[in-house]
Design a protein around this ligand. Structure first.
Ligand code: NAD
Length: 398
């Protein structure tokens, strides 16, 4: 079937994807690492949630920065009829293609990372075909639901505030207007469910399973990504249900560190900077905050894309000697975002943003550009008016 694909959205949900735009996105990330150069780091990496956002960036830096073989686990959908699959589906395919061109192993597992079966399958593969051990395990899942393998119950996370209802302005991207959304107060059950989905339980289950199977190399390191954010987003992020889940992630991180230390390695939570991803645009206030933040960071020459951010994090803070940590032992590559001078400027601009100045006093254009690019739109050199053949695309294998 021949189809034309144009960017279409329902709210913040992308309704279609351009497979060759996604190829461009993956290639640009690889080129960005290529320009920065190689450094000594991991050799065998397992990225859980490796098909988009920070997980994909980590996979790209591991492979093209450190020369590592990689395993990526993700939950994505392929081509079916007129639907051309999800961006992450294509990112997996293109990443593998590029890695193999360089003689690197790139194995994709597509399915539910929360399940016991997925853990067993990955462990079995590491033992049989991946050299027996991994030395870098990154947990970068962002999900709205999780079925707990212990009792088979499915939990759904809630993006809500804790303690009181909160108003949060966000951007209607179709109308380019500010809209005020209300963030309802979470019930205790909703807080607990969000912790179940986005907390640290599953990261711990992965590490326990990998350690018990003997597939963690001596000196292996593991991290999970978190976000802290400034005062501007505190009521919605840090102080809300998602923040509660991240505190749980940090608590589990300390348990994980004890397991890793026995293997001469380490486990820690990494607080990353705010970027535009499939997951982050849902969070009220974040689109406005990010648009202002991009403007300020770009003006001061300290803006980083996801892959640039992860490159600096891995080179300097994981495998180098320029690690920045906080009082709780979290690693803080978000130090540039949280720089008091940057935040003071963001705080000055944020209250002034309205429909008329959205495109002048913020970098809304940069936000939109990144948002479109997640799904392969807005790249030069891609013929967006041309037709794609879905039957041909369905033949690609990850
Ligand atoms: P993303 O949506 O781009 O990626 C999420 C990944 O999780 C994808 O690879 C997806 O396939 C995978 N996934 C989801 N459910 C799965 C399942 N059941 N089984 C297997 N794979 C599954 O998200 P992101 O923004 O890169 O977020 C990754 C992590 O980084 C999150 O923990 C997030 O809190 C953190 N983080 C994000 C930001 C930001 O601004 N985006 C900032 C700091 C930290």
């Amino acid at each position: 079937m021949k189809i034309k694909v144009k960017p279409e959205f329902r709210g913040m949900i992308a309704l279609n994807v351009h497979p060759f735009g996604c190829r461009q996105a993956v290639r640009e990330q690889i080129a960005s690492v290529g320009r920065r150069g190689k450094f000594a780091g991991c050799k065998k990496a397992l990225i859980i949630g490796g098909s988009s956002g920070y997980g994909l960036a980590t996979r790209v830096v591991s492979a093209f920065g450190c020369g590592a073989d990689t395993i990526g686990v993700s939950f994505e959908t392929g081509v079916s009829g007129k639907r051309l699959g999800s961006a992450g589906w294509w990112n997996n395919i293109w990443f593998k293609e590029e890695a193999e061109k360089c003689g690197l192993v790139a194995r994709n597992f597509v399915g539910d990372a929360f399940s016991r079966e997925m853990k067993d399958e990955v462990i079995d593969y590491i033992k049989r075909e991946f050299g027996g051990q991994v030395d870098w395990v990154v947990y970068s899942l962002a999900s709205g639901r999780r079925t707990d393998p212990a009792d088979g119950r499915t939990y759904t996370s809630a993006l809500k505030s804790i303690g009181c209802e909160v108003e949060g302005a966000t951007i209607d991207i179709n109308k380019k207007k500010i809209v005020t959304g209300r963030m309802a107060q979470a019930s205790d059950e909703e807080i607990a469910a969000t912790i179940k989905v986005m907390g640290g339980e599953d990261w711990l289950l992965w590490i326990e399973a990998l350690a018990a199977a003997g597939v963690l190399a001596r000196g292996c390191k593991t991290t999970a990504y978190s976000y802290d954010g400034p005062k501007a987003t505190r009521a919605i992020y840090g102080g809300g249900t998602i923040g509660a889940a991240k505190r749980d992630l940090e608590a589990k991180g300390r348990e994980i560190d004890r397991i890793m230390k026995r293997l001469g390695g380490e486990g820690f939570v990494t607080v990353c900077r705010a970027i535009v991803t499939k997951a982050s645009v849902y969070i009220p206030l974040l689109p406005i905050y990010v648009s202002v933040l991009f403007k300020v960071m770009k003006e001061r020459g300290v803006h980083e894309t996801a892959v640039e951010h992860i490159y600096r994090f891995m080179r300097d803070m994981v495998y180098g000697n320029r690690r920045v940590t906080d009082d709780e032992g979290r690693v803080r590559p978000d130090n540039w975002e949280m720089d008091p001078a940057i935040q003071a400027e963001v705080e000055r601009i944020m209250p002034q943003v309205n429909d008329d100045n959205l495109e002048t006093i913020t970098d809304f254009a940069g936000f939109m550009d990144d948002f479109l690019k997640i799904n392969g739109f807005g790249y030069e050199g891609i013929d967006y008016d041309g037709e794609l053949d879905s039957d041909e695309l369905a033949r690609y294998r990850y």
